[in-house]
Design a protein around this ligand. Structure first.
Ligand SMILES: [Zn+2]
Ligand SMILES: [Zn+2]
Length: 108
């Protein structure tokens, strides 16, 4: 288990200002990643999900990046990991919609 102090994040590269920063935690999440703020440009950032990477990923209002720009690029280039997963999720969503439509038809 990693013991990380609440307000001290490891130094990592901010995706916005490209500086090495120690992000401030503004919201502590147990299941999800901590919401952090870059101390220099004040943007919302998250710690990269890639094991062993301490850089930061940009946060969005709809979707938060899982990986820092460097890791995202590496993975997209090497294995198509992100594209494959996106297709899987899209397929699952379509299946649910179809199943729901069927169920509604039967109710009539
Ligand atoms: Zn920054
Ligand atoms: Zn990373």
């Amino acid at each position: 288990m990693n013991v990380v102090k609440i307000n001290d994040k490891i130094m990592g590269v901010c995706p916005y200002c490209q500086e090495k920063v120690s992000a401030r935690v503004i919201k502590k999440h147990i299941l999800r990643r901590d919401k952090c703020e870059c101390p220099l440009c004040l943007k919302i950032i998250y710690v990269c999900r890639y094991p062993g990477c301490h850089n930061y990923a940009s946060g969005g209002c709809v979707y938060d990046d899982e990986l820092c720009p460097t890791c995202a690029k590496d993975i997209a280039n090497s294995s198509g990991f992100i594209i494959k997963n996106t297709v899987k999720v899209a397929t699952a969503a379509v299946a649910v919609v179809v199943a729901t439509a069927f169920a509604k038809d039967k109710m009539k």
